[in-house]
Design a protein around this ligand. Structure first.
Ligand code: PA5
Length: 367
């Protein structure tokens, strides 16, 4: 009898040609390397009044994770900017963290230009491109991270430096301790979910098999908001399927009504609830009732119980499960998780409008 498709390691390797699974397996190592690199960050700025993180896609999600992690401990407002311009309040007391893995993303370069014009305190995280070139030329504090990875696989390099930069500026505390718990837990999760572990003992493989041909809807709450967002992005980019994310309790005020008339569509979805043994009672009741409502619509239900003690370990280890699941789901669908040809097509085609060229030429005029 042939082995199930996800228990055949050779099959995983054959579909996952660029070895995206390897980034998942090695994520603890990447996080540790990112922390060692971030340790070198030197920032000589006064304490900021507010923080804006500007980045898109795989480079923007680190900003959302940071915002959610810091919410209960920092006195400064944090906003993730995905627009070409910064919000009107951005000024010289604003710390702007520009993150773009390629360093060539139009929106991020435009936000960088805007931050320079507004004389914000800027720190860039990038591996290359016009962002690196201009940060070097204009002597803007920055961290160059290793190149050659898909941006979403470089999450450790795009997230940890933001956290450490904020800690060094006295805007958050406890990051280093929470990171070391996270590294250990991620290492364990990576071993438990590795391709060699069979479906029976491998949570992510089982989750991918349960999702099967459906479209996953990921429900988070509190600081799992950004984790749910990351799951959705990974299902899109790695598994190449439509997916969405929602957050409690807002989803109780709109989303649940949509399931009333799902009809045959209900079977096309699966709902993944991000759970935590310490979830607040108010949220727990909402999740329980929502589970029943969604199940009545014929939607398959799944749950992920977060592991770890600290907030950061819970967030990052749950992200790790989502990353593995999205790669296994890609293998199940027979698609290579790494190429994002639609994003590349879009970026290529957009070049014709000249917007990025204009931003780069405006940057070049600055001295
Ligand atoms: O994962 C991806 O490839 C994308 O989501 C990119 O991260 C996004 O297009 C932004 O590019 P970059 O990360 O290079 O700024």
């Amino acid at each position: 009898m042939s082995r199930p498709v996800l228990d055949d390691v050779e099959n995983i390797k054959a579909v996952d040609k660029s070895n995206m699974i390897n980034f998942c397996v090695n994520s603890a190592k990447l996080y540790r390397e990112a922390a060692a690199l971030a340790d070198k960050i030197k920032v000589n700025y006064p304490k900021a009044d507010n923080v804006i993180i500007a980045g898109m896609g795989g480079s923007g999600i680190g900003g959302d994770l940071l915002k959610d992690w810091a919410r209960n401990q920092t006195a400064v407002p944090i906003e993730v900017n995905r627009e070409y311009e910064l919000p009107e309040y951005a000024d010289k007391k604003t710390l702007v963290l520009i993150t773009s893995y390629s360093g060539d993303t139009e929106e991020s370069l435009s936000a960088f230009l805007d931050a320079l014009k507004r004389k914000c305190m800027i720190f860039c995280v990038t591996s290359d491109g016009a962002l690196l070139e201009n940060a070097e030329r204009l002597k803007v504090p920055h961290l160059r991270v290793p190149s050659g990875m898909p941006p979403r696989a470089a999450l450790p390099y795009l997230f940890v430096p933001l956290l450490i930069c904020m800690e060094k500026m006295g805007l958050v505390s406890g990051a280093s301790e929470e990171l070391s718990e996270s590294f250990q837990l991620i290492q364990k999760i990576s071993q438990d979910n590795a391709p060699e572990k069979s479906t029976i003992e491998n949570f992510s493989k089982a989750l991918a098999l349960n999702i099967g041909q459906t479209s996953p809807v990921v429900y988070g709450f509190g600081f799992y908001r950004s984790v749910a967002m990351r799951f959705k992005q990974q299902f899109n980019e790695n598994s190449k399927i439509p997916a969405k994310w929602e957050v409690f309790s807002e989803l109780n005020h709109n989303e649940i009504v949509g399931w009333e008339r799902a009809g045959k569509l209900g079977k096309c979805f699966s709902a993944i609830f991000l759970r935590d043994a310490e979830e607040p009672n108010a949220i727990q009741s909402r999740i329980e009732i929502t589970r029943e409502l969604v199940e009545q619509a014929g939607v398959g239900l799944m749950e992920i119980q977060a592991q770890g003690k600290s907030r950061l370990a819970r967030m990052l280890s749950t992200v790790c499960i989502g990353d593995f699941t999205s790669v296994y789901l890609a293998v199940l669908h027979g698609v290579d998780p790494t190429p994002v040809k639609t994003i590349n097509y879009l970026k290529e085609t957009l070049k014709q409008n000249g917007v990025k060229e204009k931003v780069i030429s405006e940057l070049a005029k600055l001295s």
